[in-house]
Design a protein around this ligand. Structure first.
Ligand code: GLN
Length: 495
């Protein structure tokens, strides 16, 4: 195989089997980044030298060294995941220059599996957003149309994989931040069950919702990455003890006759016609490959967005209290004359945080304040239980629930930046999986009239990633949309 046609993890493995070195693979992706990332801006920091050194060390392992599942696979890492010796800023001014002294558990595990971290990717500040426009570094671009957002908050990771600048990437998903950019960029993204993957070393946004997960071009690639990072971790008390199934093997065993629930009633309003048509065709494809399609009611699904926008900001307001200028990175300069502790806090946070982060801190502080706690936070936690009850009822009848990942395809940069409410409404189909902790995957399932990708979301029962992988693999076998590369990948784009 020509190195220039490398796309998937499977391709990297084949190249290495056929005599290429990890250094050749790494150099190929670094060359692509050098040539094409100026137009995409997926990366905020490249670890070129370090990655090549590491690849050389992998190449230098003797013939008797143990086989490693991700040997020589370059991986791009969202910039809110701590990487020892590499800047980790969550795309915020307040962490400018912060270089963690430790690796997140997921980074340790990827490294142990043989992967090579090639760089850090752009995101919305502290993962709060859906476009990457809330990054202090400015927006990344959608590889299908550079005038459009790649989605967010893990937009840089999704754009990197879609543009073939990395075969795989990690993101984090608090209300959709892996699945939504995967959908907008036409790739596979997965939010694992809450607790499946350690959050140790993830800069916390909303601790009861955050999960780290994989991006890949194919379901099998996402499964390979998940395999490497999943499993209990004594350093994260919320990581689950559940045994980790053989996800990669599941990807090789497509589900033949699953029962899939579709909540048709919640899709009646607010879904763009183009997305609706592509989604309906995807459901027909599932039926065609032997799935039984049943209607499932999710009566509380419409409350996912208001519930999420109480819980997430509330948790964010307390998590972000630690950025006060004392311990980490940025501290605002002060005149000696008025250098009081309060002023230092005030100016550091005023200058260090962007507008969206400040909006969330204020919303969250309000929702948690005395007199409002019961009306907002407590009520939101109760509604959260009702949403989970709906899904539990659904999973007594179906193996997975299908819906579009997003109500629209990617929109233009700037088009919604003045309208937070409209952006928040875009999380309507994704936030539910975070509120309930359930695993969910987004797969490319076609393109709308403008040639922009549409995502098919499958939500599974707790710790049911295997089912999502098997159903996803069956769909993908029938409808291999991932084979169409966007124009930014140097290939022919939509007609
Ligand atoms: N778009 C959602 C938000 O703005 C989700 C973000 C995320 O999952 N990190 O909060």
């Amino acid at each position: 195989m020509e190195l220039s046609s490398l796309g998937t993890i499977a391709d990297v493995r084949a190249a290495l089997r056929n005599g290429a070195g990890a250094v050749d693979v790494c150099a190929e992706f670094l060359d692509r980044i050098a040539a094409r990332d100026g137009a995409i801006r997926a990366f905020t920091h490249l670890a070129a030298d370090r990655a090549l050194e590491r690849a050389a060390a992998l190449d230098g392992r003797g013939p008797d060294a143990p086989a490693l599942p991700l040997l020589g696979v370059p991986v791009a890492i969202k910039d809110n995941i701590c990487t020892r010796g590499l800047p980790t800023t969550a795309s915020s001014r307040i962490l400018a220059g912060y270089v963690p002294p430790y690796d997140a558990t997921v980074i340790e595990r990827l490294t142990a599996a043989g992967a090579v971290v090639i760089g850090k990717t752009n995101c919305d500040e502290f993962a709060m957003g859906s476009t990457t426009e809330h990054s202090v570094r400015g927006p990344s671009r959608n590889p299908w149309n550079p005038a459009c957002v790649p989605g967010g908050s893990s937009g840089g990771s999704a754009a990197a994989v879609a543009a073939r600048l990395a075969p795989a990437a990690l993101g984090s998903d608090t209300g959709g931040s892996i699945r939504q950019p995967a959908a907008f960029c036409g790739i596979v993204g997965m939010k694992p069950t809450y607790g499946r993957v350690s959050r140790y070393g993830l800069l916390a946004f909303a601790s009861s919702l955050d999960q780290i997960g994989p991006f890949g071009l194919t379901v099998a690639d996402a499964a390979a990455l998940l395999q490497a990072i999943a499993g209990p971790d004594p350093r994260d008390a919320t990581s689950a003890g559940a045994a980790v199934p053989a996800f990669e093997e599941a990807a090789a065993e497509p589900a033949r006759n699953p029962t899939i629930g579709v909540p048709w009633s919640i899709l009646e309003n607010g879904v763009d016609a183009g997305v609706g048509a592509v989604f309906t065709a995807a459901v027909e494809t599932l039926r065609g490959l032997g799935a039984t399609i049943v209607d499932v009611p999710l009566p509380h699904a419409e409350y996912a967005v208001p519930t999420y926008y109480i819980v997430a900001p509330a948790e964010a307001s307390s998590n972000l209290a630690r950025y006060d200028g004392v311990r980490y990175a940025y501290r605002a300069p002060l005149d000696e004359r008025d250098a009081t502790l309060d002023r230092m806090y005030d100016r550091t946070r005023r200058h260090g945080f962007g507008d969206e982060v400040k909006r969330r801190i204020m919303l969250g502080t309000y929702a948690l304040s005395a007199g409002y706690y019961d009306a907002y936070y407590l009520k939101a936690q109760q509604v959260r239980t009702l949403i989970r009850d709906d899904y539990d009822a659904a999973f007594r009848r179906v193996d997975a629930v299908a819906m579009p990942t997003t109500p629209t395809t990617a929109f233009r940069i700037g088009e919604r930046s003045d309208d937070p409410l409209q952006l928040y409404m875009g999380d309507v189909f994704t936030a539910g999986a975070n509120l309930t902790g359930l695993p969910a995957i987004s797969l490319p399932c076609g393109r709308d009239g403008a040639g922009l990708p549409v995502g098919l979301q499958l939500i599974g029962p707790a710790f049911g990633e295997e089912t999502l992988i098997r159903v996803g693999a069956a769909y993908e076998e029938q409808a291999p949309w991932w084979r169409e590369a966007p124009p930014a990948a140097g290939a022919r784009g939509p007609e």
